[in-house]
Design a protein around this ligand. Structure first.
Ligand SMILES: [Fe+2]
Length: 402
């Protein structure tokens, strides 16, 4: 990044509050909104775990009428968002939403507030479609996973199941009024979910740090987020009740989300959307599968930045030249994925090798993410990236480029 040729700035419309037990005092924020009706949106797992009861009890203290919808599933489709929007009953005046869950729940609410305010169908409002012009009902985001950073971003990723693709809604109207980060809600999260969501958070931070649209503010946030994940993700996965690990991961994922708000993302996200859409992989798993191969492809474009990431992840780069030190970042990520006992290749998941050209072609259409990747691949290079991810190999440290 050549700073003398750049312009950037920052302001932030979301009130972020962090603290153990904060969600049990949600009435403090709810009262500020001065609305009389609330729709709490979540999923059945969170309901069964009893996480909603204290939140609903607190909302009752704010003297608002509470309705509950707990039917969100992973990778929400447009129809589900329409269903949630319909709960508004065509009257958004006196209404706010509360999203309690991971990225799927928060994104569902983002899409639902748009559709509730504008009418029509959720998928109409994807990027490039109908404009989001009206002000939408406010909502509070309460994340229960440490991953997407959806609680601090104005984007929603929604599945168009009939077209087998994911679409993005983007508007300042999608920002929540409040993001309440309560690490106690993430205690006990299963190892697999912790690992996958944590790898999404790390991908967000790495892609924001190396984006062609990054700036010192975004980089400072992204690098801190990556370092916290490098230090705490293994422990959070291995010790589900470790509150210190959970707290660090929840803040780190918020930092990852905040950094990509400013800087954008990159090729890992471009690849992960078709991969997730065609093979029903969670977003976190799809990013983890693609991250080492994309980093290895990118490192020649910005080795200094990858060296920073290697150091943030605790790698020892003594005696290495710059390109090797950049490769150490790739190796640190591969080691993390291995330690988390996650799948390490597309092959391991049974994804047919013959589908790689299709996945590469669809990834090349994800221009919003690709345009900020530090090295823009052509289609043949994209196929090579998928082949690396398929084989699960990265010949890091040997100076060989794709
Ligand atoms: Fe992500």
């Amino acid at each position: 990044m050549i700073l003398s040729t750049r312009q950037f700035g920052f302001s932030y419309p979301v009130q972020v509050k962090y603290g153990c037990g904060l969600s049990k005092r949600i009435h403090e924020q709810a009262s500020q909104l001065k609305k009389r009706r609330v729709i709490v949106v979540s999923d059945r797992g969170i309901e069964k775990a009893g996480l909603l009861d204290p939140i609903v009890a607190s909302l009752n203290r704010a003297a608002v009428r509470v309705s509950l919808f707990t039917g969100v599933e992973s990778d929400p489709g447009g129809e589900l968002c329409d269903e949630v929007a319909a709960l508004a009953g065509g009257n958004c005046e006196d209404l706010f939403f509360v999203a309690v869950g991971g990225g799927s729940v928060i994104d569902t609410v983002k899409a639902a507030v748009v559709t509730a305010a504008h009418g029509g169908n959720t998928l109409d409002y994807q990027r490039g479609g109908r404009e989001i012009v009206k002000s939408c009902p406010p909502y509070l985001a309460i994340p229960t996973t440490a991953g997407t950073g959806a609680e601090v971003s104005p984007y929603a990723v929604i599945s168009d199941h009939s077209a087998q693709k994911k679409v993005v809604l983007a508007s300042p109207q999608l920002w929540p009024q409040y993001a309440l980060l309560d690490p106690e809600l993430t205690l006990g999260l299963p190892r697999r979910v912790t690992a996958e969501t944590g790898m999404d958070a790390l991908t967000n931070a790495i892609e924001a740090y190396t984006s062609t649209d990054t700036d010192p503010f975004a980089q400072a946030i992204a690098l801190k987020g990556a370092a916290m994940i490098g230090k705490w993700l293994r422990k959070a996965a291995a010790q589900p009740q470790n509150l210190e690990a959970r707290s660090n991961m929840l803040v780190a994922s918020m930092l990852g989300g905040l950094s990509f708000d400013y800087a954008g993302l990159g090729a890992v996200h471009a690849c992960s959307h078709p991969l997730g859409a065609h093979f029903s992989l969670s977003h976190g798993l799809a990013t983890a599968l693609m991250l080492p191969a994309v980093m290895d492809f990118n490192r020649s474009a910005c080795p200094e930045l990858y060296k920073d990431i290697a150091l943030a992840l605790g790698a020892d780069i003594t005696g290495m030249d710059l390109f090797e030190a950049a490769g150490a970042a790739v190796r640190a990520v591969r080691n993390l994925i291995r330690d988390l006992e996650m799948p390490q290749s597309l092959r391991e998941l049974g994804i047919p090798k013959g589908e790689l050209p299709l996945l590469a072609r669809e990834s090349m259409q994800e221009r919003a993410n690709l345009c900020t990747n530090p090295r823009v691949p052509d289609e043949a290079q994209m196929i090579a990236i998928f082949q690396r991810a398929y084989a699960g190999e990265c010949r890091v440290n040997k100076g060989r480029e794709i």
